[in-house]
Design a protein. Structure first.
Length: 376
C-alpha cells in the first residue's frame, strides 16, 4: 500500500495561507508598544501616507513594525535560538552561548577604541589633579575574563589584560583597585555573575567591597552581617533577551537586606529605600536597585560617625556595590554620565567629596563617550 505524501502544492498553499493570516492579524490585533522580554520599545505600524512612501520611511516602518509586531514573536525567538544552538551555533546576535547555561556578551577589540579609552584615563588624571579628593578607580572585569571555563570553545573576546596594564601605567594620581585575582580565586565556589545577564552578582560586589576596605585600611564586615536573601528566583537578564531558549533556567537574585536606614533622593524625588521592590515583578529585576539608573542619586545616612561624603561616578555595576558601603558615609552621591548633564564643577563645589570612586565595568568605561563631562 502506497503511503500518502503531502502534495507540494498543498504545502505551498498552506504556507501562503498561514503567512496571509499572520499578516492580516498584524493590522487587526492591538499593537504592542513595549517588549518586557527585550526591555525595549517596539516599532508600531503607522498608517501609510504618500510622503512616507516617497521618502521610503513607510517601507522601513512596515519592515521594522512587522518584525516587532509578529504574532507570537517571543515564542518564535525561542524556536530560532533552539534551532541555531542545535546545529552548532555558538554566537547568536552578539551573544555567546556558553557552557552550563551561561551567556556571554561578545565584545571584540574592534568594538573598542584604544584612543577613547586612553583619553578617558587621561581625563581621570586631570580630574585628580584639579580637585582635592581621594580618587579611586575600580574597573570591574568582564564576565568572560573571570569565567573563562564557561566560555564556548574557540570564543574570542577583547584583550582585557591590556586595558588593566594601560590603566596601571597611565594613572598616577589615583588608586587602581584591581579585583581580577580576587574573583578568579573563588569563581568556582560561588556565582559571581548571572548566567543570563552581564552584571555581577551580590557576592562579586561583596568581594569588591572587601578590596575597597583593604584600600581604605578598614576591616570589612562579614557578609552575614548584611543578611543576604534571595529576592527572586525568576531573573532572566538582558543577554537572555537577545537569545531566549526553552532550556535556560532563570537566575537567583540575592540582595543584602540589612542596610542602614537612609533618605534617598533620586533626581529630586525622595524615597526611604535603596530598593524599588516593584521591579521584582517586571523583566528588569536588576532595576530593584534604586529603580534603575538615573543622573544623580543622593543617599543620606545617620550611621556614619565621620560625616564623610563619597562621590561615585558609575555605570549600573555600582548599584549592587553601594549597599555594602552605606554605613561608612553620611552622604553618598551617585552620578551616571549617561543621564547627568549639569556642570560638574558646580557639583564638586557643592558636595566637596572626601573620597571619589569611579566604578565601571571596564569595557563600558573604555566605550564611554560621556566621560568628558567629568571636566566640565
Amino acid at each position: 500500500m502506497r503511503s500518502k505524501k503531502l502534495s507540494p502544492a498543498i504545502f505551498f498553499a498552506g504556507c501562503i495561507l498561514l503567512f496571509t493570516i499572520c499578516g492580516n492579524l498584524l493590522f487587526l490585533l492591538p499593537q504592542h508598544t513595549y517588549s518586557e522580554n527585550e526591555n525595549r520599545y517596539l516599532t508600531t505600524l503607522k498608517k501609510p501616507t504618500v510622503s512616507g512612501f516617497l521618502d521610503t520611511s513607510m517601507q522601513k516602518n512596515f519592515t521594522d513594525g512587522s518584525n516587532d509586531q509578529f504574532i507570537g514573536r517571543d515564542l518564535w525567538m525561542k524556536f530560532a535560538t533552539a534551532l541555531q544552538h542545535s546545529i552548532g551555533f555558538q554566537d547568536i546576535g552578539g551573544v555567546y552561548l556558553g557552557k552550563n547555561g551561561y551567556y556571554f556578551e561578545r565584545i571584540l577589540n574592534s568594538q573598542l577604541s584604544e584612543t577613547r579609552y586612553l583619553n578617558n584615563l587621561q581625563m581621570l588624571e586631570q580630574f585628580a589633579q584639579t580637585y582635592q579628593t581621594n580618587l579611586y578607580f575600580l574597573p570591574v572585569p568582564s564576565k568572560g575574563t573571570i569565567l573563562k571555563k564557561q566560555l564556548p570553545d574557540h570564543a574570542v573576546l577583547y584583550q582585557e589584560d591590556k586595558l588593566y596594564t594601560q590603566a596601571a601605567e597611565q594613572l598616577h594620581n589615583s588608586e587602581l583597585i584591581d579585583i581580577r585575582s580576587l574573583l578568579t580565586d573563588i569563581e568556582d565556589k560561588v556565582a559571581l555573575y548571572f548566567k543570563t545577564d552581564h552584571h555581577w552578582t551580590m557576592h562579586a560586589a561583596y568581594l569588591a567591597y572587601t578590596a575597597w576596605c583593604q584600600m581604605q585600611e578598614q576591616t570589612p564586615k562579614p557578609i552575614s552581617q548584611f543578611s543576604p536573601k534571595c529576592a527572586s528566583d525568576k531573573f532572566f537578564g538582558t543577554l537572555y533577551s537577545k537569545a531566549p531558549d526553552f532550556q535556560v533556567q532563570p537566575d537567583q537574585l540575592y540582595l543584602p537586606f540589612h542596610v542602614p536606614e537612609a533618605k534617598i533622593i533620586i533626581d529630586e524625588t525622595q524615597t526611604n529605600s535603596i530598593y524599588d521592590w516593584n521591579k521584582l515583578d517586571t523583566k528588569d529585576k536588576y532595576g530593584v536597585y534604586f529603580g534603575g539608573n538615573f543622573g544623580r542619586i543622593d543617599i543620606y545616612t545617620k550611621s556614619s560617625s565621620d560625616n564623610k561624603t563619597l562621590l561615585v561616578i558609575k555605570d549600573s555595576f555600582a548599584n549592587s556595590f553601594i549597599p555594602f558601603i552605606m554605613a561608612d558615609y553620611a552622604h553618598i552621591v551617585m552620578i551616571d554620565f549617561r543621564y547627568y548633564n549639569m556642570p560638574y564643577s558646580s557639583l564638586m563645589n557643592e558636595i566637596q567629596p572626601d573620597d571619589t570612586l569611579v566604578l565601571y565595568e571596564i569595557s563600558n568605561f573604555a566605550q564611554d563617550t560621556n566621560f568628558l563631562k567629568i571636566l566640565k
